[in-house]
Design a protein around this ligand. Structure first.
Ligand SMILES: [Zn+2]
Length: 142
């Protein structure tokens, strides 16, 4: 295992821990890594900020763009605890991110009372210039 793999594993464990704190089921976490450095790591803030767009991925993009003073996150990887919804995929594409790694499939969000807006079969993520890869369970869960 390389050093990079170890850092990725640690980041994924951190996301899973952030996403599933005791007593807070509907929490998701996302991080953006660019040139080997974690630029942002955020959880969703939909309820606390009363903002339906404050998903973890969007929060991570906002923070990364502010910190780097850019609208262009080309070359970055977005890690997320749950497969992104279409709104987040749009934001990811707008930010120039083409590499996304996620832990749980979007269907698991329904376990937390979060529903997907689009019925099965209409989730056409392949139309966006974003490569989605599901992390192996052994990578994500201890
Ligand atoms: Zn989303």
């Amino acid at each position: 295992m390389t050093g990079a793999d170890t850092e990725e594993d640690a980041l994924i464990r951190q996301l899973v821990d952030l996403a599933h704190p005791a007593g807070r089921d509907a929490t998701f976490a996302a991080a953006i890594v660019r040139t080997g450095r974690v630029v942002s790591i955020e959880t969703n803030a939909v309820l606390t900020s009363v903002d339906p767009t404050a998903h973890a991925e969007v929060q991570a993009i906002r923070t990364a763009c502010r910190r780097l003073s850019t609208l262009d996150l080309t070359g970055a990887t977005l890690y997320t605890s749950c497969e992104p919804c279409l709104m987040c995929l749009g934001a990811i594409a707008w930010a120039g991110i083409t590499d996304v790694a996620y832990v749980d499939g979007i269907e698991t969000a329904t376990e937390f009372g979060v529903f997907e807006l689009f019925p099965e079969g209409s989730y056409h993520a392949e139309l966006l210039p974003v490569r989605l890869r599901k992390l192996a369970a052994s990578d994500a869960h201890r």
